[in-house]
Design a protein around this ligand. Structure first.
Ligand SMILES: [Zn+2]
Length: 75
């Protein structure tokens, strides 16, 4: 992915000349995005991660209930 070098300003005021979709500010650690479109895409990716984590937790709870709680209730 070749992007034109572009100067972006972090919320803390630091300026970076970047050619990647996202750069992590060395002064405050916040993510600085190349454009608004990349910021939106990054947020969408985060939602997918949260969704995946929620599914995994739900599955673990389901397995727990099936394997541990259910036999205990039947004793
Ligand atoms: Zn910063």
């Amino acid at each position: 992915m070749a992007l034109e070098p572009k100067t972006v300003t972090c919320q803390c005021g630091a300026e970076y000349r970047i050619r990647r979709p996202v750069h992590y500010c060395t002064a405050c650690g916040r993510a600085v995005f190349y454009s608004e479109g990349y910021r939106r895409r990054d947020r969408l990716n985060n939602y997918y991660v949260y969704l995946a984590v929620a599914v995994v937790i739900g599955f673990v709870v389901y397995i727990f209930i099936e394997m541990i709680a259910d036999p205990l209730l039947k004793m």
